[in-house]
Design a binder for this molecule. Structure first.
Ligand code: ATP
Ligand code: MG
Length: 673
């Protein structure tokens, strides 16, 4: 990431800026442009105002105690998360929909706040009957079904610390995460539907639990039924519905200290072994409540859809806690974006090809979804599938779009704006991490003029900066390292069981400054541009170059759907850029024809060289059908580096499809020779 690279993002900065429409601004939850200055003038008072919008059973004495690198927020205060998400909503919104759900085969459910509260109180009694107490850890290994939210909220009601493990992870990953936090209980399901097949959660749980000595019980939700073919281990395994049948509906919430642990969540593992992030109660809820209200502009009239799985932090903060604390209605979907409603009837195993790449757009039309929050990987996949698919559906209910998870390339941003938002929806590109708990850098949709691929400004009350290797602020327009200068309520408190690693990873690079590990540039208007991981920055012939810039240039080429760039060791230059590229469908490349592949590679090299300067010209362009991604859909560049430099592959446990790496490795060596 360059203090001097030829492109310097200037071209992006001069790109069009998109001001919110007057109609949007006038109805927005936040319209006051002075809010940034106000929050800066008294940040503790500002955060206390937010916390005051929640319900506390005991008020706090101290807003913030900052003993770097440990922060305590709203000390002395007590509250309960489930009370804020449920009980508090009942008087006004009891009959409003809390969750609208669609299963992959097409089955649908709607759950009101009254019904959700009822289920949560009952499941809290179930947890209690299984001996779970305040402070105990509970692992959730669940599908995207409303019961996942029920289980999370019941944990918060009783004061248990949940650790949600993504349902696509293997037995080993589940085992590792369960052992690390010492869970007593695993809550799972017999399985769920994905691309017409059963994902066998219970089988995988059985395999994992065999080696987890702390686990005494497994609660199993029946999602599939017979076809899942599971067996119950007597004494250990219990059916969700059996337990719920007799559970009482009365469960007074446990008052929690503001700083009591709320949940543990392991990071995606893009850069290495996942870290067990610990969040606490009062500060976390304050952060997700505030950001949901202002960034998603959420209202009772919305049907809000965040496509993230509850296994990721986005699913915690923006499927469950942020929206429900705001009393909003969330949409949840169980399955894959390219699978159609089953015509064999709900619950039938479908082995037939039932590909339907318009599924997301159909659901937006069917349910009249108003806000869509998704990831660049999904947007780029939809670009690859073609704009005719969203065009074939009525998306006019949408009024706001969001993006999270990776830098979004300008090209993908513009596609999202044009083909999904139809030019009518502000786009909030939200930068944040598992560690930050809530969104940190994002437009406020009624106020901010957005720029394609800039996350724009730190949320009011967040103090971000861009510094050099010594920790000194760099001038605007220069690339550097992103840091956060002040503690914020929803920040992680530590790494579970490893405070030393917490200090080392986040606070040792620049003492007193939080180090997220991402590169950034701030332009003259104060907009932040996220440039990818600091580890992915290349040093080419003395120039720091961000992978993000070259990738974005490649994606501008009409043939390219997705690109991943890495720096490969080079005798003379230090590092040389190498690009892995996925071609858009319908481009008509004959992938069996070596000559046309070579011609396209050469063309892409030239394209980048012209656009960004010769120094950014990739030395190799490898055309591939797929890229190694984490289960959350992020490109794992370190594995591509391993391949390009002929190393043994590092930790691959969080990889979505290990076969991709093997085939890329073969391809890489054969292309080179
Ligand atoms: P690990 O820390 O285990 O390597 P991870 O960093 O992928 O995994 P997450 O907490 O899920 O785990 O992801 C946070 C990271 O995702 C950020 O540090 C950043 O690199 C990237 N990111 C998220 N949102 C954005 C965004 N809007 N723009 C750019 N990058 C983003
Ligand atoms: Mg990370």
């Amino acid at each position: 990431m360059s203090l001097d690279s030829p492109s310097l993002g200037e071209e992006w900065q001069q790109d069009k800026s998109f001001a919110p429409s007057l109609a949007f601004s006038q109805q927005a939850n936040i319209q006051d442009v002075d809010i940034y200055a106000k929050a800066e003038a008294d940040s503790e008072g500002y955060w206390a105002d937010w916390a005051n919008q929640l319900e506390w059973s005991k008020p706090w004495d101290t807003i913030l105690k900052w003993n770097p690198p440990h922060a305590k927020w709203f000390l002395g205060g007590q509250l309960n998360v489930s009370v804020n998400c449920l009980d508090r909503q009942l008087a006004q919104r009891g009959d409003n929909r809390a969750i609208v759900w669609e299963g992959e085969p097409g089955d649908q459910r709607t759950i009101t706040f009254n019904e959700l509260a009822h289920e949560v109180r009952k499941f809290s009694n179930v947890l209690k009957s299984l001996g779970i107490q305040k402070g105990d850890r509970v692992t959730l290994y669940m599908p995207m079904v409303p019961e996942a939210a029920v289980a999370m909220l019941a944990c918060t009601r009783i004061g248990a610390v949940h650790s949600v493990v993504f349902g696509g992870f293997s037995a080993d990953s589940l085992k590792e995460r369960t052992i690390d936090c010492g869970s007593k209980l695993i809550i799972t399901a017999d399985g769920f539907w994905r691309r017409g097949k059963i994902v066998p959660l219970k089988h995988t749980t059985d395999e994992a639990v065999a080696d987890c000595p702390t686990v005494t019980n497994v609660v199993v939700l029946k999602r599939i039924g017979e076809a899942a073919g599971i067996s119950m281990n007597e004494g250990r395994d219990l059916w969700w519905h059996d337990l719920m049948e007799t559970a009482s509906d009365d469960f007074p919430a446990e008052p929690m200290d503001s700083e009591d642990p709320l949940f543990i969540l392991y990071t995606s593992g893009s850069t290495g072994k996942p870290k067990g992030i610990l969040h606490s109660t009062g500060g976390y809820l304050t952060g997700v409540y505030a950001t949901t209200k202002w960034i998603f502009d959420i209202k009772d009239s919305d049907l809000y859809w965040c496509t993230a799985d509850i296994g990721w932090v986005t699913g915690h903060s923006y499927v469950v806690y942020g929206p429900l604390a705001n009393g909003a209605t969330v949409f949840m979907y169980e399955g894959s974006p390219d699978w159609g409603v089953s015509d064999g009837g709900i619950g039938k195993v479908s082995h037939a090809q039932n590909t339907d790449r318009a599924r997301f757009w159909e659901m937006i039309e069917r349910h009249k979804i108003t806000i869509l929050y998704t990831a660049p990987t999904l947007i780029r996949t939809c670009m690859k599938w073609g704009a005719e698919l969203p065009a074939s559906r009525d998306l006019s209910s949408l009024r706001l779009l969001g993006s999270v998870g990776e830098p979004i390339n300008p090209e993908a941003w513009l596609w999202y704006n044009e083909h999904i938002g139809k030019g009518n929806c502000p786009i909030v590109d939200t930068w944040w991490q598992t560690e930050t708990g809530a969104i940190m850098i994002s437009p406020l949709p009624g106020i901010t003029s957005t720029r394609p691929a800039s996350a724009t400004r730190p949320f009011p009350g967040i103090v971000a900066d861009v510094v050099d290797e010594k920790g000194v602020s760099v001038p605007d327009g220069k690339k550097g390292i992103l840091v956060i200068r002040k503690p914020w309520p929803s920040m992680l408190r530590t790494l579970w069981g490893n405070d030393e690693r917490y200090k080392q990873v986040y606070w040792s690079k620049f003492p007193g400054l939080y180090f997220p590990g991402d590169g950034a540039l701030r332009d003259k208007d104060g907009n932040f541009w996220l440039l990818g991981r600091v580890d992915d920055i290349m040093l080419v012939a003395g120039h720091n170059i961000s992978t993000m810039e070259i990738e974005s240039a490649l994606v501008e080429h009409p043939a390219v759907a997705e690109a991943a760039v890495i720096g490969r060791e080079h005798d003379v230059k230090g590092q040389a850029p190498v690009a892995f590229v996925i071609i858009r469908e319908g481009h008509g490349l004959d992938s069996s024809n070596k000559e046309s592949i070579a011609a396209l590679s050469a063309e892409l090299k030239e394209f980048v060289g012209k656009k960004l300067g010769p120094i950014c010209r990739p030395e190799d362009v490898i055309i591939t059908a797929d890229l190694p991604k984490t289960r959350s859909g992020k490109i794992m560049r370190r594995l591509l580096r391993d391949i390009a430099e002929g190393r043994l592959l590092g930790d691959t446990t969080t990889l979505a499809d290990p076969a991709i790496v093997a085939s890329l490795k073969d391809k890489y060596t054969s292309d080179e020779s």
